[in-house]
Design a protein around this ligand. Structure first.
Ligand code: ACO
Length: 331
């Protein structure tokens, strides 16, 4: 959808746990290998939270980073959106705890948003609407996950894929007329909801000794089916979003994709003719961090000087739900 909203990402931040777990670490205790993981996914290592780390801590550190880089103080934040499928607690929302942890005004609205890997981009588009309508001026959007807390570390088909981390951004009215949110797409296909799910711990199957014994609190994924969907959908929504903005793929300076699988990203970008140097890739260091993946990659690209004023930057993600999202920004 064409948006042409005078909204900008004013600053970004990120935080990842210190503990690095390599493919070799997995190969020592599961029937897998560094070769299989690298060839099938592009992942070499991932960050995993320790016993004293959790979602709130990562979100707070990333949030502080975004505030500092935007030159915004906590008391200037007037909305907090936290995208996560691994909240600090089931209740309250992590965004509420985050409001207090960051020292924002204890009246500022805060809510969590659950759209799995697409969550951060859903958050940016939602935040932009608050800004455009004048309901908020400085919105903190965080994408954060401790996915390894819901990953079955005995199941080689998922254990090697996921990691933990947080990324954040400040969304506000643009101070420079050329900066804007040009186009964006949000979508969901609920008929594919059970391709990635956690069977127990919700209202349908509350936690019990049996559900724990049967390992039903861990994520299940039908990887091959998600893969086929993601390859086609990523190509379709990148092309569609660029067209919505009246641009061509060649106009893009940078694509910041969700880091779920290097083969998915490479296949979609190759078919669209986006050269590799225009694509941000960090999956080899972090694995799939769901809602944290796009903002961490965006933050790193900004820090590395890969984004220049006036660039067209496309954020794109596909994930559990199944959900998908894009945001095309002129920065
Ligand atoms: N090591 C060695 N072998 C393995 C491993 C492993 N870690 N995991 C699976 N295998 C085996 C399987 O058992 C299977 O063996 P078989 O042929 O003897 O039955 C074989 O490897 C092939 O398995 P596939 O699942 O078909 O492998 P595929 O090439 O599809 O790769 C993967 C699997 C990496 C999961 C891929 O399907 C994928 O990336 N899917 C998309 C994931 C995604 O985008 N998720 C969305 C976001 S997640 C979220 O929202 C939280």
């Amino acid at each position: 959808m064409k948006l042409a909203w005078a909204v900008e990402i004013a600053g970004t931040g990120a935080s990842v746990p210190e503990q690095v777990v390599t493919n070799e670490d997995f190969a020592r205790r599961l029937d897998t290998s560094d070769e299989w993981i690298v060839q099938r996914t592009g992942i070499r290592e991932r960050r995993i939270v320790g016993p004293n780390e959790s979602t709130l801590r990562l979100a707070t550190e990333a949030g502080r980073g975004a505030l500092a880089s935007a030159g915004v103080t906590p008391d200037q934040i007037d909305l907090i959106i936290c995208a996560t499928i691994t909240p600090e607690h089931i209740l309250p929302a992590t965004s509420c705890e985050l409001q207090h942890a960051l020292g924002c005004h204890p009246v500022v609205p805060a809510f969590d948003l659950q759209a799995a890997c697409s969550g951060f981009i859903y958050g940016v588009i939602t935040a932009a609407q608050y800004v455009i309508t004048g309901m908020a001026h400085n919105v903190l959007v965080v994408g954060v996950e401790c996915l390894t807390r819901i990953t079955d570390m005995e199941d080689r088909s998922t254990a090697v894929l996921f990691g933990d981390g947080a990324g954040a951004a400040i969304v506000r009215a643009s101070r420079d007329p050329q900066r804007s949110l040009l186009a964006g797409r949000l979508g969901t296909d609920g008929s594919r909801a059970m391709l990635i799910w956690v069977p127990a711990g919700g209202s349908r199957e509350p936690a019990s000794a049996r559900t724990v014994a049967e390992r039903l609190h861990y994520m299940r994924m039908r990887g091959r089916e998600v893969y086929k969907f993601a390859v086609t959908k990523m190509e379709e929504i990148i092309a569609g979003t660029v067209a919505d903005a009246g641009l061509t793929v060649d106009d893009l300076a940078l694509v910041v994709p969700h880091q779920s699988n290097l083969r998915i990203i490479n296949s979609a970008c190759r078919r669209l003719g986006v050269p590799q140097e225009k694509v941000v890739i960090n999956i080899e260091r972090y694995g799939n961090t769901s809602a944290a993946s796009v903002p961490v990659a965006l933050h790193e690209a900004w820090e590395e000087g890969r984004i220049k004023p006036g660039d067209y930057v496309l954020l794109v993600a596909i994930g559990g739900g199944l959900t998908w999202a894009t945001a095309l920004l002129r920065v």
